[in-house]
Design a protein around this ligand. Structure first.
Ligand SMILES: CC(C)(COP(=O)(O)OP(=O)(O)OC[C@H]1O[C@@H](n2cnc3c(N)ncnc32)[C@H](O)[C@@H]1OP(=O)(O)O)[C@@H](O)C(=O)NCCC(=O)NCCS
Length: 168
């Protein structure tokens, strides 16, 4: 039986997680998969936070958040929960850890892209308070558009001018 979210532990990805992270990536996405070399690079890279959800029998999920120097905007680059772990709160818990990590790095906003037809991810993000601010045409490898969503992570975010949308 797969663990509930309160039985999983969120931690930073380590080099020995590479095979499991690659399996999660390949299983979760049929397009735009991050190649193994990129995943290897991101584990421990200073410009990102790569987090994994550890269950008793292995990894249930991973997520990748990217940071830019002098930017108050963090970007959720990827999140993938194993199908057998889905619907148990893992995605919510991992997103919360990503947001906490972004705050620790000085970010006031989180932004991300999602396919309009990805009902599960859209439901998760909206429940967590993400709101659409743009749509990018022809964003994904198969020509699909992306919705760009954002969420203020701090009270201070709301007292400042909203950061300009970056070009993709
Ligand atoms: C989208 C994804 C991350 C959700 O992870 P998860 O662990 O199943 O989500 P959770 O169990 O934490 O659900 C959190 C909330 O989102 C909602 N949700 C999640 N998946 C849903 C779905 N398929 N349909 C409707 N609502 C959904 C849940 O209802 C839940 O709300 P609740 O806590 O109020 O009950 C996961 O399905 C996944 O990895 N999908 C494939 C990869 C992907 O699409 N990544 C996102 C790319 S932008």
């Amino acid at each position: 039986m797969q663990p509930d979210a309160d039985e999983i532990h969120i931690r930073r990805a380590q080099k020995h997680d590479l095979d499991a992270i690659e399996r999660l990536e390949m299983a979760a996405f049929s397009h735009d998969q991050l190649p193994r070399d990129s995943l290897r690079y991101y584990i421990g890279a200073p410009s990102v936070s790569m987090l994994v959800a550890q269950g008793q029998d292995g990894l249930c999920a991973y997520a990748l958040v990217a940071f830019h120097r002098r930017s108050i905007v963090a970007r959720l680059y990827s999140i993938a929960v194993a199908a057998e772990c889905a619907g148990r709160g893992t995605g919510r818990k991992l997103m919360s850890a990503c947001e906490a990590s972004a705050r620790l790095r000085g970010a006031h906003w989180m932004r991300l892209e999602v396919r309009p037809d990805n009902a599960g991810a859209n439901a998760l993000y909206h429940k967590l308070g993400y709101r659409r601010f743009a749509e990018v045409e022809d964003f994904y490898e198969d020509g699909s558009n992306a919705l760009r969503l954002e969420k203020p992570l701090t009270a201070e975010a709301l007292t400042r001018p909203r950061p300009r949308p970056s070009r993709m």
